[in-house]
Ligand binder design. Structure first.
Ligand code: SF4
Length: 413
């Protein structure tokens, strides 16, 4: 008889991509991919990431139920909870989750929507950890935020650990005689948002990063930007700065890997972080799309590398990508550089257009993928029974300073 953990592990991912091509990101947890949940009776894929004790709390029965059974359980619990419940679904969630979402959008839009639903006592955030934290920061005291699977983190957010950022800050401010303003991407821990609030900085999203950098440089001489080097670089270049104005800060390396002179000369310190999903897109893929689809428009996310953003026709946030495609003329052809669940949804919802992913090896965000319908059914069943599981609660001090950084962002918006 397999252990409980093993049985859950086998059931978590049953994804097989028809072409047989496998995902090659550093987050290979999902292994081969199928974009539909197939239930526990399909062939299992080995190589799924190990489970933590928190995962093991879910009764294995939930991960052995068919998709239809889970769908019914989720809807039954939703009905029982009524307006006490709001379910948020990030654009990168799989279809089996998104169909249950009251709202879908990017992380900040969803947090704002949640903040406007004061009647809902429970906010179930189908996304990753930092998003649930942001929702908790912006929510009212009587609201509780729930992340269905506590293992759903963001590999990019994890690249900036609070201790490393504090050490970087101490070194920079102790070495450089200049005003440095910290700017964190929304994709970061609540403690880093609070760090920015305490130190005169702010939060930004991929929609308002240009305005955030301008705000920072109106108040300081230099910017420490984390955790995504690509968003920082692409935004600074767009503002007219040169590659020579920036350097990469490597955490846990003395002086981030630079001489004091280099640190003094730079305007932007870009954290050595990246998104494993968006780092996969390449100029070769764009070249292939243009050769094989005359008239194609290439649109990518600013978490892509500089050369990819340069080679694309447009770039912007997930909200902008969705809007551009949805509002384009019938017959338009779009090659998209962002997460596959969103691209597939845009393809389905725009049957009068051709929409495809730039990357032929379809690769979802594997951490987003950890929000399995079984986890959603489980947390909702528990809520309907009056028990809150997998709550994300940010402490009061962190909330206070993170709100300062978020409010600065709202003011520039
Ligand atoms: S797509 Fe990238 S940045 Fe977004 S949650 Fe996944 S790993 Fe994080």
């Amino acid at each position: 008889m397999p252990s409980q953990a093993r049985r859950i592990e086998e059931s978590v991912v049953t994804l097989v991509r028809p072409t047989g091509k496998t995902c090659q990101t550093s987050e290979q947890a999902v292994g081969p991919i199928r974009l539909q949940w197939r239930g526990a009776d399909t062939a299992r894929t080995p190589g799924v990431r190990g489970l933590t004790p928190a995962d093991a709390a879910i009764p294995p029965a939930y991960l052995e139920m068919s998709e239809e059974h889970l769908r019914q359980r989720i809807e039954r619990a939703r009905t029982a909870l009524g307006t006490d419940l709001v379910i948020l679904g990030h654009h990168y969630q799989r279809e089996e989750i998104i169909r249950h979402a009251d709202f879908r959008g990017d992380s900040y839009k969803l947090s704002q929507l949640a903040a406007n639903r004061r009647d809902a006592r429970y906010i179930v955030f189908c996304g990753v950890h930092f998003m649930a934290e942001s929702a908790d920061i912006l929510s009212a005291p009587h609201q509780q935020v729930i992340l269905p699977n506590l293992e759903a983190g963001c590999s990019m957010a994890n690249m900036a650990q609070p201790d490393d950022v504090e050490a970087c800050w101490a070194e920079l401010t102790g070495t450089i005689d200049a005003r440095i303003v910290p700017v964190t991407y929304m994709n970061s821990a609540a403690s880093l948002k609070a760090f920015c609030g305490r130190n005169g900085g702010l939060v930004c999203t991929s929609s308002n990063a240009s305005a955030a950098l301008r705000w920072a440089l109106d108040r300081g001489d230099k910017v420490l930007f984390f955790p995504d080097q690509h968003l920082g670089r692409n935004t600074a270049l767009r503002l007219g700065y040169r590659q020579d104005d920036m350097l990469i800060w490597s955490p846990r390396v003395p002086s981030g890997g630079h001489t004091v002179e280099e640190l003094r000369a730079a305007t932007f310190y870009l954290w050595l972080g990246w998104c494993s999903v968006h780092a996969r897109f390449s100029t070769e893929q764009i070249r292939w799309a243009r050769e094989n689809h005359p008239g194609v428009r290439v649109i990518v996310h600013p978490e892509c590398k500089r050369e990819v953003v340069d080679a694309a026709d447009e770039y912007g946030s997930t909200e902008l990508i969705a809007r551009r495609i949805t509002e384009s003329a019938p017959g338009s052809v779009w090659a998209v550089g962002t997460e596959i669940n969103l691209v597939s949804r845009l393809e389905r919802e725009n049957p009068d257009k051709t929409v495809f992913c730039l990357d032929p090896v379809i690769c979802p965000c594997s951490t987003m993928y950890r929000i399995h319908p079984g986890y959603l059914a489980w947390v909702l069943d528990r809520l309907a029974e009056g028990e809150v599981v997998n709550r994300i609660a940010v402490d009061a001090e962190t909330t206070k300073w993170a709100k300062v950084a978020l409010e600065r962002m709202l003011q520039i918006a």
